[in-house]
Design a protein around this ligand. Structure first.
Ligand SMILES: Nc1ncnc2c1ncn2[C@@H]1O[C@H](COP(=O)(O)OP(=O)(O)OP(=O)(O)O)[C@@H](O)[C@H]1O
Ligand SMILES: [Mg+2]
Length: 221
């Protein structure tokens, strides 16, 4: 089993969106659980809108202090959605203590950078965790945006990142209200980018997880 945290201490960068859509793309042949420990319960609301339709299991019923029990559950992948705040880091810390790999969404907005640096420096590097930055809400109509931000992550921040990225799209934004994740979208001109982007990122994540040693020591905590 691998536990993946989606984190970032800035609100609205796409943590919940990434958890739900990447989890859906990981389900082919694998058992996947999504855990919501965010008091905002956005993931829970989305799951409620989806009813029985979600292609993975979902729980909001785990106290952060008891997360280590998750490692005994019978799943291939457990994805944990975390709160986006700089202040109360107790929940984030509890999640990262049981995590194998961290996905850090980043939007192409300069003001998102300080929060990312802080999360990595204060919470991820000290734990020696594997992680990757995921560019989200990319607008390919903005000349040079993708390339500039990839360069900033590589050369400026010197952080590992996904080669794949997620474009801004209406179908992604509508997902929570429709109670849908990308694997449930009809493949149309309007949805094909979203389906492609999350499928690509999930495949890359799966490859990265295979290269990440299982955190067997953590299971004993
Ligand atoms: N690629 C995308 N294209 C369009 N809209 C997006 C995309 N990613 C996220 N959004 C929208 O941006 C908003 C914030 O996304 P989301 O709730 O996933 O962020 P979050 O990091 O979980 O926020 P919080 O820190 O408040 O938990 C939502 O309205 C969501 O639908
Ligand atoms: Mg959220």
């Amino acid at each position: 089993m691998k536990v993946i945290a989606i984190a970032g201490q800035k609100g609205g960068i796409g943590k919940t969106t990434t958890v739900m859509n990447v989890a859906a793309c990981l389900t082919r042949g694998r058992r996947v659980l999504v855990v919501d420990v965010d008091p905002q319960e956005s993931t829970t609301w989305w799951a409620e809108n989806a009813g029985e339709e979600l292609p993975f299991d979902f729980t909001a019923d785990v106290e952060p202090g008891k997360l280590s029990r998750i490692r005994n559950a019978d799943y291939d992948y457990v994805l944990i959605d975390t709160p986006g705040t700089l202040d109360n880091t107790d929940v984030l810390s509890a999640v990262l203590d049981v995590t194998d790999f961290v996905v850090l969404p980043l939007n192409p907005e300069p003001l998102a950078v300080p929060a990312l640096r802080r999360t990595v420096a204060h919470h991820i590097v000290p734990r020696g965790l594997d992680y990757r930055v995921l560019l989200n809400k990319i607008d390919r109509r903005v000349f040079g945006q993708l390339e500039d931000w990839q360069k900033l992550i590589d050369d400026g921040l010197k952080m590992p990142r996904f080669n794949g990225y997620v474009r801004a799209s209406k179908s992604i934004a509508d997902g929570p209200l429709d109670g849908k994740v990308v694997t449930q979208y009809n493949d149309t001109r309007a949805t094909q980018n979203a389906i492609f982007d999350f499928t690509t990122v999930a495949r890359e994540l799966q490859q990265a997880l295979e290269a990440t040693p299982a955190a067997t020591a953590k299971g004993a905590n």
